[in-house]
Design a protein around this ligand. Sequence first.
Ligand code: GLN
Length: 240
Amino acid sequence: MKTFKIYHLFYDLLNLYGDRGNIACIEKRLAWRNIPFETYRIGIDDDFDLKDADFVLLGGGSDREQAIVCNRLKEIKSQLVTYIEDNGVLLAICGGYQLLGESYVMNDEIIEGLNILKIKTIKGDKRLIGNVIIDSAWSNSKIVGFENHSGKTLINDYEPLGKVVVGYGNDGQKIDEGIIYKNVIGTYLHGPLLPKNPEVADKLITLALKRKNIEIPLKKLDDDEELMAKDIMIKRLLNM
Ligand code: GLN
């Protein structure tokens, strides 16, 4: 089978609260199914080509790190647009999610985003921190994660990743969380997201394989422990 190519973009700057665990999760779930893969850890000054990419991660970053990354993003915008419009699978977390949009407006500074998604983030005066539960069509069971952001993201008419059950969500209104655009997930959920929510990981792997015309039913893995951990978290947060 063709090698599955994983890209962690700007791993040296965009990697908060264990976001790298999303890469480890994809790697493991491919390895357990004997699907060959290669991972490319792309630093801020590295050249790269997403032509053969199957999975891209843009992790979270502090305001300072986002300001550094935003200049580099402009240089690579066209290949990211090509990848996304060609149904490339991309997971963007928190700071990375904000950077897919028009801008991140802070008190006296504006960080320009890629402007691939017509969404905008405005810094609020309160940090939105805590564990999150959402209901999402992307997973039969609830999705759990952890958010920590000041930015409030307005997603306009885009489809959210899910509906907030516990947590602040995109804009602090406790309604919508994240965004779906083609095969892109933008979300505030660290956790990391994928190890905590293996169904989402498999959905992304399936979409990536499908894009390469590989229609194999993914071998079922033993996720009992992951699902048990998730269940404990859900019960704790819902006081059940
Ligand atoms: N700096 C952004 C915010 O606070 C993103 C933080 C993050 O990636 N966790 O909104």
